[in-house]
Design a protein around this ligand. Structure first.
Ligand code: SAM
Length: 159
């Protein structure tokens, strides 16, 4: 598969999964945490789908489109592994992590800390959506929408 095909499939999976979980997250109290603001496309989508919900976005540096920049109090810059630690206990309704690199060795390092951090950020019953697997005893894998190929994007419920 070409990288373009792969990119299109990833974006489609992201959109379909976020649409599916937002319907559920709308009924769960708590903020949304966007780990990896990037260009801000998924932040913008979440803001549209969950109007009025606090969304805190994290990244190393601000590189988002001007239309997709959170308010200063909801933008956290620095290494997520360190910055998001401050938010443990926030009882998030949704954690969306889009920090996969496509490099196995780098993603393997992320896998050593992201699952536990995500479990600690979520309230019980909250949802995690991630581009990389989050193997953790408190994160129960949920099936993706039928349009999403298995192992393209991952959904979990905090138990
Ligand atoms: N979902 C975003 C969008 O729709 O525009 C794209 C996110 S992009 C794929 C990933 C972003 O995560 C990059 O901007 C990168 O700087 C950030 N990132 C990745 N790992 C990080 C880390 N450990 N700490 C802070 N930021 C990180």
């Amino acid at each position: 598969m070409s990288r373009l095909d792969s990119f299109i499939r990833r974006m489609t999976a992201q959109r379909d999964i976020l649409d599916q979980v937002c319907a559920e997250v709308a009924k769960i109290e708590g903020p949304v945490l966007e780990l990896g603001l990037g260009n801000g496309r998924t932040f913008h989508h979440l803001r549209e789908r969950l109007p009025g919900r606090r969304i805190v976005a994290f990244d190393r540096a601000l590189a988002a489109h001007a239309s997709s920049i959170p308010e200063a109090e909801n933008l956290v810059l620095g290494e997520i592994r360190e910055t998001a630690n401050r938010f443990i206990g926030i009882d998030a309704a949704l954690v969306h992590a889009d920090i996969g690199t496509g490099y196995e060795d780098r993603d393997a390092v992320t896998a050593t800390w992201l699952p536990d951090l995500t479990a600690r950020l979520l309230r019980v019953g909250g949802i995690a959506v991630s581009g990389t697997p989050l193997d953790h005893p408190l994160l129960q894998r949920l099936p993706p929408p039928p349009s999403v190929p298995a192992d393209r994007y991952f959904i979990y419920r905090r138990v």
